[in-house]
Unconditional design. Structure first.
Length: 378
């Protein structure tokens, strides 16, 4: 029975007769790189030997250390430059040979390299957070300008057919489109050097091993799993953060749209009577305030500057209430226009993303707290 299964697998794994142009190019790159660095074909790992005469060649100049050496960014930048030659699907094993460790153990040197990677990762997170907030703000301002222009055209705020009104709407529309384009460019096109560093170190490093000139076996080493944990990578945290940031600025845009809608509909409710007008304005302004407040809270949570747990719980409860109200409105919207239905669906999606993002962040903080307690208990 087992032999027949092995035969079936062997039939399925027959080599293909024809290869794609991409596969042929990749094989050529692998062959070319293997002329410079030894290749383990089974593990798909290139061994990149690095040689230093002294351990201090890896350190920052004129920086004293007490226990662990402070590794310079130039040393890790050198690794990243070498990783650029490694083809996709393959990894690199750095074999660092140092002739003179200068009274520092190989383990301490490796710990210094790992700490440098961790600090660079934290720097990347800070820069990425600041950049994404700026991008989100540009997107919010651009969408708000286009919404103001649209509502102004519908209600006739800018007048009709005059040169000044046409010029004003053209400026609003142009500024809005330019800001949205800049934010899209920042998200999808613009890449920083630190992002390339993160990509290379997280996807192409198999291990880092330390040698001296007289030893054939590694004196100390670190595999890729340990490197990933050192760089504090957590996909759930990153995903929840992006969801919170996106929903935060989207909620600010929704609050802007709601405020403009209230202004345009205020005249119709004023004709219905004073009580109806006051009730409409109170409910509308309160809804805009809650939406704006939740949006700002989501952005603060993304920045890591929001520590009011009770206030966050109250705001989340209000957001859940708004989510239920919008779902009920959607169910009862058989006689409304398609535009109102689309708007309501959009609000439900944005509110849901905030709640889901906050739940993921909460579960991340719980797991982080547990791991921190376990570490301190040891």
């Amino acid at each position: 029975m087992r032999e027949t299964e092995m035969k079936k697998k062997a039939k399925k794994q027959k080599p293909r007769k024809y290869l794609s142009s991409y596969e042929i190019e990749q094989m050529e790159v692998v062959d070319r790189v293997s002329e410079y660095y030894p290749l383990d074909k089974e593990r798909k790992v290139f061994e990149i030997p690095l040689h230093y005469e002294k351990a201090s060649d890896l350190y920052f100049d004129n920086v004293e250390f007490s226990s662990k050496p402070n590794i310079s960014d130039d040393a890790t930048d050198n690794m990243v430059e070498l990783l650029k030659d490694i083809p996709e699907g393959y990894k690199a094993e750095f074999s660092i040979t140092i002739d003179d460790y200068e009274d520092v153990t190989p383990r301490k040197v490796l710990e210094g390299i790992n700490d440098t990677l961790a600090l660079r990762h934290q720097r990347f997170l800070r820069e990425s957070t600041s950049k994404l907030i700026k991008i989100g703000f540009l997107m919010f301002v651009g969408v708000s300008l286009i919404l103001i222009n649209t509502y102004g055209d519908i209600t006739g705020w800018w007048g009709e057919g005059t040169v000044s009104s046409n010029l004003f709407t053209y400026i609003l529309d142009t500024f809005g489109c330019v800001l949205i384009w800049e934010s899209v460019y920042g998200i999808f096109v613009d890449r920083s050097e630190e992002m390339d560093f993160e990509h290379a170190m997280s996807r192409k490093v198999h291990s880092i091993k330390m040698y001296d000139s007289n030893a054939d076996q590694a004196l100390s080493g670190e595999d890729s799993q340990a490197l990933v944990s050192i760089m504090h990578r957590n996909k759930k945290k990153m995903f929840s953060s992006r969801m919170l940031l996106l929903s935060g600025f989207s909620l600010l845009a929704v609050s802007t749209s709601d405020l403009l809608s209230i202004i345009t509909m205020a005249g119709a409710y004023r004709k219905e009577g004073r009580l109806a007008f006051i009730l409409f304005m109170v409910v509308g302004v309160f809804s805009v305030f809650i939406t704006m407040r939740v949006g700002m809270t989501a952005i603060k949570i993304f920045k890591g500057t929001y520590n009011h747990n009770i206030r966050a719980a109250v705001i989340t409860a209000l957001m859940l209430l708004a989510l239920v109200v919008n779902i009920i409105r959607l169910e009862a919207s058989n006689d409304t226009t398609s535009g109102q239905i689309i708007s309501t669906v959009f609000k439900i999606v944005i509110e849901s993303s905030y709640v889901v993002g906050l739940a993921l962040r909460f579960s991340y903080c719980l797991s982080l707290n547990k791991s921190y307690k376990k570490k301190n208990a040891k």
